[in-house]
Design a protein around this ligand. Structure first.
Ligand code: JFZ
Length: 485
């Protein structure tokens, strides 16, 4: 018995050593870069902090309802809801005439909300093109509206200084060559080639038509047919980057030659940033593997396109969304909030109110979000901390009942040195904070107590304290505290 156990232990040891020593698999179509991009365009992306997503297309006409029946599923997937025939759906565009659409107004609202970039659906899974594509008739040009909506969006947001990213679905339910399954027969293969050409043409067309766009936000790339085309998709990526230097593409575009998506067979991120955080946030830096990432978030549970009935699920509040945005930035990510305008081109009043709530808070406290990264502090129960250069921002979501915020500072790595809070102020009032010694815990970690003044406590909203830490010799601690209190 003992021998068997020993043998098992030995075998486990060998196996773990083997996996530890496992060599990297040579890949032709895996990640083409290890680690983050270092160019100015990507640095600009990294500093956005907050963005807006817009899902808009002909699905906004039914808005999740048809003939008195309501789909509880995502409204932008309405074509597959079973409540409408494919034929009915594919003819909706003939009534698409969003007379209330005002791109400038949308861009102003996004600006007020504090968004630094927008991701706009040029084509969702249904295949309807919001720009007048030369490669299909299923476009905005053939609606009563006629005008190029993508152009209106790009121009209006550009004028507000908001960078534009083009959402593009690989899945296209309208194209006759589209297939989710790997084509098998010669005729299926030939048909799929027409779809590949079409997709390539449309992407090059978008980049040529809208040179101001900074990147492409891909979606619907999970089909086995597309995954199998790894080599071709990789070369298409090269072509797109060549056509548009600096172009930013997330990890949802292509797979490696083994069919691995987002991260390749060796675990390295494919393309420029991790797109896996969909309605979902990481909790630790360790999960992120040092990669750039964004989180895209819906306001209801899972509705991207316009749904008439918002009573179906919990609707996030501005503070819910602000908390997620600060959390994302505290883990080096960008946070993107989705809007689903209606079939007439109006942004629903609930979304307008939410955007205003976020914008009002961001106008005062945005320093904690824009251009910030994870901070030197460890995660603490009162909220999230972010960092820009030598300034640490404490965004407090859980206010202490006794008005004393306990802040744990990091341990110094240098001998006989400790961290003290050199300066502290409330971002909203610009008033200095009273900081007192908060003692130590069993592990020797040092705490400071920051008094929250009544004027801040009363507001019942998240608030930001800006602090500057400094390393001093242990003996100097008392002097700093006195200066601050
Ligand atoms: C996709 C779309 O199907 C959806 O309609 C919406 O456009 C959204 C932004 O993207 O949905 C997804 C895609 C990926 C995941 C989940 C939903 N995912 O990786 O968990």
């Amino acid at each position: 018995m003992k021998k068997i156990i020993l043998l098992i232990i030995l075998m486990c040891g060998i196996m773990s050593f083997q996996s530890y020593a496992k060599e990297r698999v040579p890949l032709t179509h895996g990640a083409h870069r290890i680690g983050k991009r270092t160019d100015a365009e990507m640095q600009r992306w990294r500093e956005y902090g907050l963005g807006q997503f817009i899902h808009w297309g002909v699905y906004a006409i039914p808005g999740g309802q048809w003939n008195g029946k309501t789909s509880t599923y995502a409204a932008e997937w309405f074509r597959t809801s079973g409540l409408i025939t494919k034929d009915e759906y594919d003819n909706l565009y003939k009534q698409f005439n969003p007379t209330a659409f005002d791109a400038k107004q949308w861009a102003k609202q996004a600006k007020q909300m504090g968004a630094k970039y927008v991701i706009f659906t040029t084509k969702h899974h249904d295949g309807f093109c919001m720009w007048p594509s030369k490669y299909t008739d299923y476009t905005i040009a053939n609606t009563p509206y006629k005008k190029d909506i993508v152009k209106e969006i790009v121009d209006a947001y550009d004028a507000e200084g908001i960078d534009v990213y083009l959402y593009f679905s690989i899945i296209d339910w309208n194209h006759k060559g589209y297939s989710s399954k790997v084509p098998e027969t010669e005729s299926e293969k030939a048909l799929y080639e027409t779809f590949k050409d079409f997709t390539r043409n449309q992407l090059l067309e978008l980049l040529a038509n809208y040179p101001a766009a900074k990147g492409l936000w891909f979606d619907g790339s999970w089909d086995s047919a597309w995954i199998k085309e790894a080599a071709w998709v990789d070369s298409l990526g090269d072509e797109l980057r060549k056509a548009h230097p600096g172009l930013i593409i997330g990890s949802r575009f292509r797979a490696d030659e083994n069919g691995k998506r987002h991260v390749d067979t060796n675990g390295d991120l494919i393309d420029d940033y991790d797109q896996r955080f969909e309605r979902n946030l990481p909790n630790t830096l360790a999960e992120l593997g040092g990669n750039d990432w964004d989180c895209v978030m819906t306001i209801p549970e899972n509705q991207w396109g316009y749904h008439r009935d918002w009573s179906l699920t919990y609707i996030k509040t501005p503070y819910d969304l602000i908390e997620m945005a600060v959390k994302a930035n505290s883990l080096d990510g960008n946070f993107v909030i989705n809007f689903g305008p209606d079939g007439n081109g109006a942004i629903r009043s609930e979304e307008t109110r939410i955007a205003k709530g976020i914008g009002d808070w961001m106008a005062v406290n945005g320093a904690a979000v824009y251009g910030t990264y994870h901070s030197v502090l460890e995660k603490q129960d009162w909220g999230y901390s972010t960092q820009k250069d030598d300034i640490t921002y404490l965004t407090v979501f859980n206010k202490p009942m006794n008005n004393i915020l306990k802040v744990k500072v990091p341990k110094s790595k240098e001998k006989d040195m400790i961290y003290v809070i050199e300066k502290a102020k409330f971002v909203s009032t610009k008033k200095a904070a009273v900081v007192k010694d908060g003692g130590q815990d069993k592990t020797g970690s040092i705490y400071y107590n920051i008094t929250i003044p009544a004027e801040i406590q009363r507001l019942n909203e998240p608030f930001v304290i800006e602090i500057k830490l400094k390393q001093v010799n242990k003996g100097e601690k008392g002097a700093y505290q006195q200066a601050l209190t």
